[in-house]
Design a binder for this molecule. Structure first.
Ligand code: C2E
Ligand code: CA
Length: 819
């Protein structure tokens, strides 16, 4: 397919590449009616270069004086010049190009297309089309389909703009950098919410695609600017155009003589009359001179009048100066001198006698030799003028010769010109249009500047992201390959293969021709590729530095080390029975005393422990420690109950077995133990867990649903072996809102109706506590009652608590806490 495409593209290139780009084709828009009826104004004629051209071929050539292409037919070939004519014209083209000036021979014809091309070439229309094309491209980018058909969520342009408005560049940057500020990702009954992806990441994905598009556009502009720059900078910006300064030297001969009466009309002979030496010897020769030119300046020169008698056949000639050489100032002068015809006659006679050569006639030339210099139009002028007034002398009469019927021999003129060049802007022809080289250089520089600046900004943005968030960079880099998954891809219990680098996953995806599924859950970003029964996974946790987040593999090693080194602790949070206002129990919450990062709350590392499977050994360890602590408290007369959290991963194992073992070994009353399981939907999914929970319940162990958010979580409860329900913190927080308070009220009533005890988590204010009490909520837990703390501290604080002071045997507890 690709090879076919290359062949087709190559063929199109060979056929249609313009001459300006190294091809053989030129595009000429018919610009007149001279070739009608076959070619009309506004048609596009496609011309191809040919090796030779014949009479009858229709060709295009550049008419240099007209500065435009002409599209006419060859009607004749004269030596190396082609004579052309428009089919409709009655005249031939005045310009006759040589072969190298012919652009090519007519090849293809597209009616009206030329008009469209002309329209499209207008800068305004070009801008309009670029805008439309850009829009289409943008739509293409955002609507790009996933390669293997996984139904990728389509984002509307409207949404995109909405997102752009909401999340400016800076917001994205700051959000990307803040991504390490951890917000616990609470498990929620609605899967949709559970897997919801932080919005900024999605936007970065958009940005990645947009940036990619912009990057390619900028690279294209940079490339085009470089190519244009090559042509623009290798040509001069100015060119010398011939601009000659023209002038004219004009002479006026006249002669006069006296004549005997009766021969001529009068007794004086005038210019043009024949002269007979027999009638008159003396003739007055007169010559007036003028130079016509613009802005004459400092003109002057010399002149001398000669009479030259010559025999054209033998070449004999004799010059007779009629005046001496005279200088003149200005652009005119008049000279007159007598000419003795009898002297000429006797000279001829004596030469004939001496030479015995008897020509039938002689020429008498009256020649003023003029030399003029000065300035015309500010330019140096240095010229001569030596016209001749020619008489034919056949030894009887001197008659004026007039060879050229169009010219007056008495009024000789001589056109002159001073070579001059005018500098004008040099132009470069691109697709038939001339552009000034200087402007092209500017456009090139602006294009390069804009594209380079744009590329630099993108590079800066990416390098900034690299420094701030590896996660954001991944989204930017692999955005088009990523598909946001709404399935629980991240925690398939088996056949998960963790890869050490995103690049490995990309290779896998490319080999499988599949997309990378992306999901952000519990502050871990999972990237997975499914291949048969195996799931390849690359996961980044928001634990650690956002710029260099730890991969799950690294975290697993860290957790394992922490477990081996005994860095984990159990904290206990007191639980209050609302009916009597006494602390009746504790919830065991895990803490990690990290050697470098200090005390890490469970919310940060439990998701990692869960994803890596390390939650099982950790959970077993906690169960042992907390139950031993419970036994100490109870053995010392403190009737506390203990709540232990079990994660989804733990539930997939055999939690009931280990719990029963611990209970048996420690001899703790099963009624003193409560296990807290994740929301109802998870339990529903883990059907085989239900009998195990039932078994525990039957033995007296309390079973609480953690994090209940609303009625949706309560509906499956009648089928599940539950004893308690814990309302999550946001629900408790919302009681300030009257409407929400009514909901909470209904939830408590519904739970009580199912025979469940109700606990409220995250009680932080007295108002919340009072409300819960008024609604007959069973237990309350939160910072208001007590923060999670070490067993030792809790024991000490409980000691101070009057509610417990009365408890028998309580004092024995001091200093005996197990940690
Ligand atoms: P959870 O079961 O909902 O635990 C309550 C969390 O809320 C605890 O965070 C606790 O420190 C916090 N908390 C309690 N009262 C208040 C309050 O009034 N205000 C606020 N803002 N927060 C309050 P922690 O310890 O980080 O635990 C987070 C989650 O980690 C727990 O949520 C639980 O699901 C899980 N977890 C904790 N320890 C263990 C464990 O040993 N095993 C398992 N499987 N999960 C655990
Ligand atoms: Ca809990």
């Amino acid at each position: 397919m690709a090879a076919l495409l290359i062949v087709v593209l190559a063929a199109v290139w060979i056929a249609f590449a313009p001459i300006q780009m190294g091809g053989q084709t030129a595009y000429v828009i018919v610009d007149g009616v001279s070739m009608e009826p076959n070619f009309h104004f506004g048609d596009l004629a496609i011309i191809r270069q040919a090796k030779s051209y014949q009479i009858g071929d229709i060709v295009a050539y550049k008419n240099i004086p007209l500065k435009r292409y002409v599209f006419h037919r060859i009607i004749d070939i004269q030596s190396d010049h082609f004579v052309l004519k428009g089919d409709n014209n009655s005249w031939n083209d005045s310009y006759q190009p040589v072969q190298s000036e012919l652009v090519g021979k007519f090849w293809l014809y597209l009616p009206h297309v030329g008009s469209w091309v002309r329209w499209a070439r207008q800068p305004l229309n070009m801008g309009l089309m670029a805008g439309i094309l850009g829009g289409i491209l943008a739509i293409g980018i955002f609507y790009r389909r996933n390669r293997n058909g996984i139904n990728m969520k389509r984002k509307s342009i409207g949404e995109w703009f909405h997102n752009l408005r909401l999340q400016s560049f800076h917001e994205i940057m700051s959000k990307a950098s803040q991504s390490r500020i951890f917000k616990p990702f609470k498990t929620n009954p609605l899967l949709q919410e559970q897997t919801s992806n932080p919005r900024h990441i999605r936007n970065l994905n958009h940005w990645g695609q947009t940036l990619e598009g912009i990057f390619f556009l900028l690279a294209l502009i940079a490339f085009a600017s470089l190519v244009l720059g090559y042509f623009a900078f290798t040509r001069p910006t100015q060119q010398n155009v011939p601009d000659n300064i023209n002038y004219q030297q004009v002479g006026m001969f006249s002669y006069s003589a006296n004549a005997p009466a009766g021969i001529y009309d009068s007794t004086s002979i005038h210019s043009g009359d024949p002269l007979f030496p027999k009638l008159t010897c003396l003739v007055n020769m007169r010559f007036s001179y003028a130079l016509a030119g613009i802005q004459p300046e400092s003109l002057g020169g010399t002149y001398q009048l000669f009479a030259k008698i010559l025999d054209e056949q033998s070449g004999w000639q004799r010059s007779i100066p009629l005046t001496s050489q005279t200088t003149f100032v200005g652009d005119t002068f008049v000279v007159s001198a007598p000419l003795d015809l009898c002297q000429v006659e006797s000279l001829v006679a004596s030469v004939e006698q001496s030479t015995t050569l008897y020509p039938s006639y002689y020429s008498l030339n009256i020649v003023p030799v003029v030399a003029i210099n000065g300035k015309v139009a500010g330019h140096e002028l240095n010229d001569t003028f030596a016209p001749a007034l020619v008489f034919r002398f056949d030894k009887i009469v001197f008659s004026l010769v007039n060879d050229d019927p169009k010219a007056n021999p008495l009024n000789p003129t001589q056109a002159g010109s001073i070579k001059n060049f005018r500098t004008e802007a040099n132009t470069l022809t691109i697709l038939g249009t001339d552009y000034e080289v200087g402007k092209l250089r500017l456009i090139t520089l602006i294009g390069l500047l804009i594209s380079m600046a744009g590329i630099a900004i993108i590079a800066g943005f990416i390098s900034n992201l690299t420094r701030q968030s590896r996660e954001a960079l991944l989204q930017l880099k692999y955005g088009p390959l990523l598909v946001e998954a709404h399935d629980r891809i991240a925690d398939a219990p088996s056949n998960i293969i963790d890869v050490g680098a995103m690049e490995d996953l990309v290779k896998l995806a490319e080999r499988n021709n599949s997309m990378i599924l992306y999901q952000s859950r519990n502050s871990i970003n999972f990237y997975t590729v499914r291949n048969g029964a195996s799931t390849y996974r690359y996961a980044l946790s928001e634990m650690g530095n956002a710029a260099s987040p730890l991969t799950l593999v690294e975290l697993e090693e860290d957790l394992q080390r922490g477990l081996e080194r005994g860095e984990f602790e159990v904290y206990y949070q007191p639980i209050l029975t609302l009916a009597d206002g006494k602390v009746s129990g504790v919830e065991a919450l895990m803490r990690w005393q990290h050697p470098e990062r200090g005390l890490i709350p469970a919310s940060e590392f439990i998701p990692v422990a869960e994803a890596t499977g390390l939650i099982n050994p950790l959970g077993d360890w906690l169960l042992g420690v907390a139950c031993a602590q419970l036994k100490t408290w109870r053995d010392n007369g403190l009737p506390l109950t203990l709540s232990i959290n079990l994660s989804e991963h733990q539930l997939r194992g055999d939690p009931a077995g280990s719990i029963l073992r611990v209970l048996q070994n420690s001899g703790i009353d099963p009624h003193a133990l409560q296990i807290e399981v994740p929301d109802t939907h998870i339990i529903e999914r883990l059907q085989n867990v239900i009998p195990k929970l039932q078994d525990l319940k039957d033995r007296g162990v309390q079973i609480a649903i953690d994090d209940a958010t609303g009625n949706s979580a309560l509906s499956p409860l009648p089928q599940l072996p539950m004893t308690n329900i814990k309302l999550e913190r946001p629900v408790v927080e919302r009681i300030v809102d009257k409407e929400k308070a009514v909901n909470l009220q209904r939830m408590i009533e519904a739970a009580r109706g199912l025979g469940l005890k109700v606990s409220a988590v995250g009680v932080e204010t007295q108002e919340q506590l009072e409300f819960l009490r008024s609604q007959y909520c069973t237990f309350a837990q939160g910072y208001l009652i007590g923060r999670p703390t070490s067993a030792q501290e809790l024991t000490a604080s409980l000691l101070d608590d009057r509610k417990l002071k009365s408890t028998e045997g309580f004092k024995n507890l001091q200093g005996e806490a197990i940690s």
